[in-house]
Design a protein around this ligand. Structure first.
Ligand SMILES: *Cc1c(COP(=O)(O)O)cnc(C)c1O
Length: 430
């Protein structure tokens, strides 16, 4: 089918990017489990390598099953193109790679997925990149953190784990004024709840491991490009605007226009970093995207019910869910993610760290795992697991204080989930 604005989200999540297999008529997208693809002739091969013709060479770069998923996610996000890769963390590196060089920095929110704080705070230093962490509710601090070596601003739309919503319009205005791209991790919101490009984001990254797949089967990531950023407006992004020595002097922006970032991601990012998504993973994620809106509506409905129940319970100190009227971010939800604040939140258990550990052990339906965005309900005590390597101060800033647990509310019966929390809280708080 031809994709476009005439179709609604529910139609696009099933059809975008896919067509019946031209060879067999297969209605479902086949898993093209092939490393390499035969060239028609030497001329065809040359055209593919020169990026004059789009096609398949070798699955580290492009694969027909992965290509369907790329087009589907790009369409759902309202982007010009997308590159899938092996994990959400790979997507973050793939997004920054064309923009950065040793000595340059990225300004990032303090409210991020725990693994991202470590990736940005420690690991990227090995590339000579720096991350400056700032409270994104303090707009003056965000402005002040940007300097002439800054090449991107990075945040999450709905920030995991603390029930925080970023004011994407305000942040993108700051990035625009500094002539640098805003990169938004939209994993927790998904394009059904939030469309960052409509709020000014240049790039959107995903851990497709989570809600897009929706069943906890495979890891994957994706970088979506809005196609609207002018990489040639100044000399900040030479890999996109100037002759790129890693691709025989090709000027990506001049040659590919709005698809410059996407082509760069495949021709250089995947070619040289090799963080490729495999076709089997793309298949599972394609299956997941077909029911994304249905699942997200139920995740939100259940999360609201359970957060409201917890908030009234006197074994619980507080609940940080932006979908609660008591949340300081309640008004931002209407602007940034009008269909709801997602399925993730934290709550503080009376009795602190020890009570949290007991609660996690006593639950029967909720699984204690380091994951989110599954159809099944999940819980984790971040301070003793995912955020364990951070200081207590960093844990608090990230919304993962020692006395809180994070839940990823699934799509089971809300009443069963409430009953499970009720019995486990009785055991945890005496
Ligand atoms: C899980 C997650 C990541 C990392 O994704 P992986 O697929 O595990 O590499 C990044 N950001 C957010 C918000 C996540 O939830």
């Amino acid at each position: 089918m031809t994709d476009g604005p005439k179709y609604g989200f529910d139609t696009l999540q099933i059809h975008a990017g896919a067509r019946p297999d031209p060879a067999t008529g297969a209605r479902q997208t086949p898993i093209y489990q092939s490393t390499a693809f035969v060239f028609r002739d030497a001329e065809h091969a040359a055209a593919l390598f020169n990026l004059q013709e789009v096609g398949y060479i070798y699955s580290r770069l492009t694969n027909p099953t992965v290509a369907v998923l790329q087009e589907r996610i790009a369409t759902l996000e309202g982007g010009a193109g997308a590159v899938c890769c092996s994990s959400g963390h790979a997507a973050q590196i793939m997004a920054l790679f064309p923009l950065m060089a040793p000595g340059l920095n990225v300004v990032v929110s303090t409210r991020l997925y725990g693994g991202t704080i470590t990736q940005f705070g420690q690991t990227i230093k090995r590339f000579g990149w720096e991350a400056t962490f700032v409270d994104f509710d303090d707009l003056d601090a965000v402005k002040a953190a940007i300097n002439d070596k800054t090449r991107a601003v990075f945040c999450e739309a709905i920030a995991n784990p603390g029930g925080y919503i970023t004011d994407l319009d305000a942040i993108s205005a700051i990035a625009d004024a500094a002539e640098i791209p805003l990169v938004v991790d939209n994993t927790s919101a998904t394009p059904y709840l939030c469309r960052p490009i409509e709020h000014g984001a240049t790039l959107v990254v995903h851990s497709t491991t989570k809600y897009l797949t929706g069943n906890g089967t495979v890891t994957g990531g994706c970088v979506v490009d809005s196609g609207t950023f002018d990489w040639s407006a100044n000399d900040k992004f030479p890999s996109l605007s100037q002759p790129e020595p890693a691709y025989h002097g090709l000027k990506f922006h001049e040659t590919f226009g709005p698809l410059a970032f996407t082509f760069h991601g495949i021709a250089i990012g995947l070619r040289d970093l090799g963080m490729t998504m495999n076709p089997q993973a793309a298949h599972y994620t394609l299956m997941g995207t077909e029911t994304l809106s249905l699942r997200m509506d139920r995740h939100v409905e259940n999360a609201v019910k359970i957060a409201e129940w917890l908030e009234k319970d006197d074994r619980v100190d507080y609940v940080t869910y932006a979908g609660l009227k008591s949340s300081p971010y309640f008004d931002r939800v209407k602007k940034i993610c009008p269909r709801g604040a997602g399925g993730l939140f934290t709550f503080a258990v009376k009795g602190g760290y020890d009570a949290c550990v007991k609660l996690v052990n006593a639950l029967e339906i909720f699984s204690h795992v380091a994951n989110l965005g599954d159809a099944r309900s999940l819980i984790i005590h971040s301070a003793s697991t995912t955020h364990r390597q951070l200081t207590t101060e960093q844990q608090r800033a990230a919304g993962a204080a020692p006395e809180v647990v994070r839940v990823s509310i699934g799509i089971e019966d809300a009443d069963d989930l409430i009953a499970d929390l009720d019995q486990a809280l009785s055991k945890a708080v005496s």
